[in-house]
Ligand binder design. Structure first.
Ligand code: GDP
Length: 434
């Protein structure tokens, strides 16, 4: 998916425009406690183009001097986006800060759409001309508060989307990424994983020039680790902000088949881990939980069991994800990781036979008949798998409003037991069929 970033100095109206562009999608709250999608990154759609939108203004750099903030935000946009919407305030004319941003954008060679905000009516159109001086082409008049002109900006934006987005999908490599808070050992783990295999570092065509994926081969299987460069390269001010790391994680998750949620055994599970795990869960990708730094835990007693119990309790929504304990530093138990990654990836892409699936559902029904709701009983007519990645099932019933979530959970468990979907979420939907 293409990525569009909005940049501009503070108070030009970035958040208003962002909210307008993403509409109601803005705060997708899942039925997972404490999980809300971050407001700086959201899906948006225009004329059948689905893309991700970033509000760089939402990355909190407020401790920095204004000029540093503005520069860093422009850098984020240049780094992360395929197309940049540069927003200026039509009522204030070009400021020194606008010029600074314009220069960075100009040098980056990224496509830029210049939007002049606060042009609330036709009479104000004359204010546009001076913005040609920024050297970024035609300025588009918009009004965030009145919602005017956004269509033209989006028309212009989607023109720059790369057309060939299919290459990654028909690749049979297993794409995976490592996410987790700073210092849990992600980079060390990448090195430990690669230490075992043949490494080919490849530039990633079409996306940001700094993202470097690593391809490697092990036991006849091909893998791709997504965006490890982002972990290795550090130094910019914004790279230490939490929202930026969330943004990086979301982008990496999106391009992955399997997501490794890395936890630090030495420090245990903290709130931030839960948040990160929540993002992984929401994505519908396959997940493996990795407990790193296991060398720091004494091997006596049943520590592993205790730690796993703790994970199960804190990450209830990830009950399908296997847990692997290892040490990136000593490489102890590291051989247990890739088999789980492979298994999770295979289960994520698994398609089951319709006749077997219906037998499983019939057996489940016989064991635990559908409950009556207000004197009415849900009838299950048949079940079919409509998608993979993640496996998605549609249960055709007489009346979908009679499907209770506890019954859905029960069906999910039966399907999991019958087919073995370890490592992947599965989705069940009830649909009407009389
Ligand atoms: P990242 O921020 O998640 O990429 O974490 P790093 O890979 O940079 O590691 C953070 C720190 O933890 C470094 O000092 C590592 O040496 C240390 N570390 C990483 N893995 C292990 C491990 O398995 N055991 C121990 N004891 N330390 C580790």
């Amino acid at each position: 998916k293409s990525v569009v970033a909005i940049v501009g100095r503070p108070n030009v109206g970035k958040s208003t425009i962002f909210n307008r562009l993403v509409g109601e999608r803005i705060s997708i709250v899942e039925d997972v406690p404490g999980v809300t999608r971050d407001r700086i990154y959201s899906e948006a759609e225009w004329l059948n183009h689905h893309f991700n939108l970033i509000d760089t203004g939402g990355i909190d750099l407020s401790d920095e001097p204004l000029i540093v903030q503005i520069r860093e935000q422009a850098e984020i946009a240049i780094q992360e986006a395929d197309v940049i919407i540069f927003l200026v305030n039509g009522r204030e004319g070009i400021t020194a800060a606008d010029e600074e941003v314009a220069q960075l954008l100009y040098k980056s060679n990224k496509p830029v759409v210049l939007a002049v905000n606060k042009i609330d009516n036709y009479e104000m159109q004359d204010l546009l001309y001076e913005y040609y001086a920024l050297g970024l082409g035609q300025p588009f008049p918009i009004s965030g508060t009145h919602g005017l002109g956004l269509g033209d900006v989006l028309d212009e934006t989607v023109k720059y989307f790369p057309t060939d987005l299919s290459t990654e999908d028909d690749d049979d490599r297993i794409h995976f990424s490592l996410i987790g808070r700073p210092n849990v050992g992600k980079s060390s783990l990448v090195n430990a994983i690669l230490g075992e295999g043949r490494v080919i570092v490849s530039d990633l065509a079409g996306t940001t020039k700094d993202a470097i994926d690593t391809d490697f081969n092990r036991d006849e299987r091909d893998f791709k680790i997504i965006d490890t460069a982002g972990m290795r390269k550090r130094g910019k001010v914004y790279e230490n902000t939490e929202k930026y790391s969330v943004l990086r994680a979301l982008k990496a998750i999106e391009r992955s088949d399997v997501v490794l949620v890395v936890i630090d055994a030495e420090e245990g599970i903290i709130e931030q881990d839960k948040k990160i795990a929540g993002y992984a869960h929401e994505s519908g990708k396959a997940i493996v939980i990795v407990v790193n730094k296991w060398d720091t835990v004494d091997s006596k007693q049943d520590r592993m069991k205790k730690f796993e119990d703790d994970i199960r309790q804190q990450f209830q929504f990830l009950s399908y994800a296997p847990v692997v304990f290892l040490s990136a530093k000593t490489t102890k138990r590291i051989h247990t990781l890739m088999p789980k990654v492979i298994e999770a990836s295979e289960n994520h892409a698994k398609r089951v036979k319709t006749n077997v699936l219906n037998e499983v559902v019939e057996d489940a029904l016989a064991m635990n008949p559908t409950p009556s709701i207000k004197g009415q009983k849900m009838k299950i007519l048949y079940t079919t798998q409509v998608a993979t990645k993640p496996p998605t099932f549609v249960v055709f019933v007489n009346d979908p409003s009679l499907m209770h979530f506890t019954y859905e959970r029960f069906l999910e468990n039966r399907i999991r037991e019958a087919f073995g979907f370890e490592g992947t979420p599965i989705k069940i939907r009830a649909r009407q069929r009389s």
